[in-house]
Design a protein around this ligand. Structure first.
Ligand SMILES: Cc1cc2nc3c(=O)[nH]c(=O)nc-3n(C[C@H](O)[C@H](O)[C@H](O)COP(=O)(O)OP(=O)(O)OC[C@H]3O[C@@H](n4cnc5c(N)ncnc54)[C@H](O)[C@@H]3O)c2cc1C
Length: 418
C-alpha cells in the first residue's frame, strides 16, 4: 500500500495551489494530488471567465475582500512571470436602471475602503472610453485593475511546477471510499493509499467527499449552469474594456456582462441557471434521477425560503437560459447589439453553491470543515480563481499540526468545526 503525508483531493486551481503551498511549507513531505479526470482543470477551474476580479464588491475588512485583492495581484504576477497571456483591460461598471444610482455610490466608497483603484466617469468620459455602452444614470465607474487571464494555461503551468517541486499529481485517480479511522483512501480503480493529512478540494463533489469523512451532513452543493454567448465580429462595434452592470445590492449576483478573452473574442454571460447534475454541462449529461430529485427539492426549499430575494433572482436568471431573455439583458448593456450578433459558445461551467439544509438558505461564502487530520473546502465559488494563491496559504494555516502517515491514527471523528 502506498502512503503519503498529505493527500489533496482534486486538481483544480485550489487543489494545485494548496499542494504548492504545502510543499513550500513542508519540503520533505510526501504530497500526492488525486484527480479523477485525465488531466487537471477539467471542471470549474478550466471553464471560468478568467477574470482577475478587483474585489470591490466585498465587505471592507472581510477575508474575501483581502484574499481577492492579494489574489488578483499574485495571479497577475503569475501570468507575467510565466509569460502567459493577460489582458489588463480594466472594467467599467454601468447602472442599467435609474434605481442603481445609490448602489454605484456605495461601490465607489467600497472600492476606496478596499484599496481598489477606481474613477467616476460622467457621460462624456464614458462615451470616450467605451462608446458601445450606455448608463441609465449618466454615471459609471472605471476599475483599471480588473484583468482577464488564461485559466487553462495557468492550470497547465502550475501542475508542471508542483510536479517539478516533487508533488505527485495522479490523474485517473478517483477517490471512492475513505476509511477515516484507519486514514486510508480507496481509489475507484482499486488502489488504497494511507495518509497523514487529507485536504478535500473536490469542487463540485466536495460535499460528497466531506460526507465520506463523516462531516458536513447538513450541507449540499447545488450546481448552477454558467452559459455564455459569443459576440459576433459582425456586430459593428468594439469593446475596449469589460462591461458589467451594477450588481444587485442584496445578492451581489454579477448579471450578464462582457468578457474579452486574451485572444480578443468577446463573451457575454455567464448565466446562473439551476443544473440537475454535478457535471450537467449539456443535454442530460451526468443527470442521475435520485440526485436530480434531491436538487429539485433543495431548490424548491430555497424558493420558499426566499432568502436575499432568491425568488426574483431565480425568475430573472432562469429566463436567461433562453436566448430571447438573455438578449434582453445583453441589450441593457450594449444598446446596438442585435439577436443575430449572439453566437452559441462552446464555453459552459457550473458554479457550485452551498446550500445549508438546516436553515434552507444558500450560503454566500465558503465553509471549511476540519479536524486534526483533514480539512474540507466547501463552496469555493467566484472569485476563488482570482484568490487561489493567498486562499491556499490561508487553508494551510488552518490545518491543525499536520502529521506524517507513519504516526498512528487517532479518533478522527471528534473536533469538527467550520
Ligand atoms: C462559469 C464560471 C465562471 C467563473 N468565472 C470566474 C472568474 O472570472 N474569476 C474567478 O475568480 N472565479 C470565477 N469562477 C469561479 C472559479 O472558477 C472557481 O471558484 C474555482 O475554479 C474553483 O476551483 P476548485 O479547485 O475548487 O474546483 P474545480 O476546478 O472544480 O476542481 C475540483 C477538482 O476535483 C476533482 N474531483 C472531484 N471529485 C473527485 C474525486 N472523487 N476524486 C478525485 N478528484 C475529484 C474534479 O475532477 C476537479 O478537477 C467561475 C466559475 C464558473 C463556473
Amino acid at each position: 500500500m502506498q502512503s503519503s503525508d498529505f493527500i489533496v483531493i482534486g486538481a483544480g486551481i485550489i487543489g494545485l495551489a494548496v499542494a504548492r503551498a504545502l510543499k513550500r511549507a513542508y519540503p520533505e513531505a510526501r504530497i500526492r494530488v488525486l484527480e479523477k479526470e485525465a488531466e487537471p482543470g477539467r471542471h470549474s477551474s478550466g471553464r471560468n471567465s478568467g477574470v482577475l476580479h478587483s474585489g470591490i464588491y466585498y465587505a471592507p475588512g472581510s477575508l474575501k475582500a483581502e484574499l481577492c485583492r492579494k489574489g488578483r495581484e499574485e495571479m497577475a504576477a503569475y501570468h507575467e512571470t510565466r509569460h502567459l497571456p493577460l489582458n489588463r483591460c480594466g472594467k467599467i461598471l454601468v447602472p442599467t436602471a435609474p434605481e442603481d444610482a445609490p448602489q454605484l455610490t456605495n461601490l465607489y466608497r467600497r472600492a476606496h475602503e478596499n484599496g481598489v483603484r477606481v474613477e467616476k466617469l460622467d457621460e462624456a468620459a464614458l462615451r470616450e472610453l467605451e462608446p458601445a455602452t450606455r448608463s441609465a444614470t449618466g454615471e459609471a465607474l472605471w476599475i483599471p485593475d480588473t484583468a482577464v487571464g488564461t485559466p487553462g494555461e495557468v492550470l497547465k503551468t502550475l501542475s508542471q511546477e508542483v510536479r517539478a517541486l516533487g508533488v505527485d499529481v495522479c490523474c485517473h485517480a478517483e477517490v471512492a471510499e475513505i476509511d477515516v479511522a484507519a486514514r486510508k483512501i480507496a481509489l475507484r480503480h482499486g488502489e488504497t493509499i494511507s495518509f497523514g493529512y487529507a485536504v478535500n478540494a473536490a469542487g463540485l463533489h466536495s460535499d460528497r467527499i466531506a460526507q465520506k469523512f463523516g462531516m458536513g451532513q447538513d450541507y449540499a452543493l447545488l450546481p448552477f449552469k454558467g452559459l455564455y454567448w459569443k459576440l459576433s465580429t459582425d456586430a459593428g462595434f468594439r469593446l475596449n474594456h469589460l462591461i458589467y452592470p451594477v450588481p444587485d445590492a442584496k445578492t451581489l449576483t454579477l448579471g450578464v456582462h462582457t468578457t474579452t478573452a486574451t485572444d480578443g473574442a468577446i463573451y457575454l454571460g455567464p448565466t446562473a441557471v439551476p443544473a440537475f447534475g454535478r457535471e450537467h454541462y449539456r443535454g442530460l449529461e451526468s443527470v442521475r434521477l435520485p440526485e436530480a430529485a434531491r436538487m429539485t427539492r433543495d431548490l424548491a426549499r430555497m424558493f420558499l425560503h426566499d432568502q436575499d430575494g432568491y425568488r426574483q433572482q431565480a425568475w430573472q436568471e432562469g429566463r436567461r437560459y433562453f436566448r430571447r431573455w438573455f438578449f434582453e439583458a445583453a441589450r441593457e448593456l450594449l444598446p446596438a447589439v442585435k439577436p443575430e450578433h449572439l453566437l452559441p459558445a462552446a464555453r459552459v461551467g457550473l458554479h457550485p453553491r452551498l446550500f445549508d439544509r438546516k436553515s434552507g438558505a444558500l450560503l454566500k461564502d465558503f465553509v471549511l470543515l476540519k479536524n486534526s487530520h483533514s480539512l474540507r473546502i466547501l463552496g469555493a465559488t467566484s472569485p476563488a480563481w482570482t484568490s487561489a494563491f493567498p486562499f491556499a496559504r490561508y487553508v494551510c494555516a488552518q490545518m491543525d499540526s499536520p502529521v506524517t502517515s507513519d504516526q498512528p491514527p487517532q479518533d478522527l471523528t471528534q473536533g469538527a468545526s467550520s
